[in-house]
Unconditional design. Structure first.
Length: 187
């Protein structure tokens, strides 16, 4: 896919995050173990992780724990997401997408990492929207993210804490429901 698609997912997610009130951070999400704050923290750490991988080829070991499970947003979740997502966009802008990068789950071309980022952030943006009564207007983006997910998520990734088993969902359901069901969320 393209960097343009990543920009679209960042734009949608930024709109959602910027609309969050502090009182919504504790809301439960379709991602059953995470609150809205946890999801924003995850995508912020993830954006930084993908940016560093694109910039340097891999993330130094001493940073992995922080980015994958530490507090990446502090007291200003909006600014933290803006900084991380802008860094990711800058890192991928003009990048040779055949460049090999190392992520915690393996080495791959930067273009594959880009697709993973689009799918992951689109899914979590949908979690945020569902949890806070917001909507995602760019349904074409969500359709593209779901197709990417179907190409990338095989049985080996279907496990609790990563992607639970795909949930039943009518094929004519809204794309938000189909994306969440594919990602293992109960809809």
């Amino acid at each position: 896919m393209s960097v343009e698609l990543l920009q679209r997912v960042v734009n949608e997610t930024t709109r959602l995050v910027d609309s969050l009130g502090p009182d919504q951070l504790g809301n439960d999400t379709p991602c059953s173990e995470w609150t809205v704050r946890d999801v924003v923290n995850h995508i912020t750490g993830g954006a930084t992780l993908f940016a560093i991988s694109a910039e340097q080829g891999s993330v130094p070991d001493d940073m992995l724990g922080q980015l994958m499970g530490g507090d990446n947003i502090g007291s200003d979740y909006k600014a933290a997401w803006a900084t991380a997502s802008n860094r990711a966009m800058s890192a991928f802008d003009g990048l040779d997408l055949s460049k090999l990068v190392i992520l915690p789950f393996g080495e791959m071309p930067a273009g594959v990492a880009l697709n993973i980022a689009v799918f992951d952030v689109a899914t979590h943006a949908t979690d945020i929207a569902e949890s806070t009564g917001q909507t995602i207007a760019d349904t074409e983006l969500l359709e593209a993210a779901l197709e990417m997910g179907k190409q990338m998520i095989g049985p080996e990734l279907r496990m609790p804490g990563v992607f639970d088993a795909e949930q039943a969902c009518p094929t004519d359901a809204p794309i938000t429901k189909r994306l969440l069901a594919f990602s293992g969320r109960k809809v």
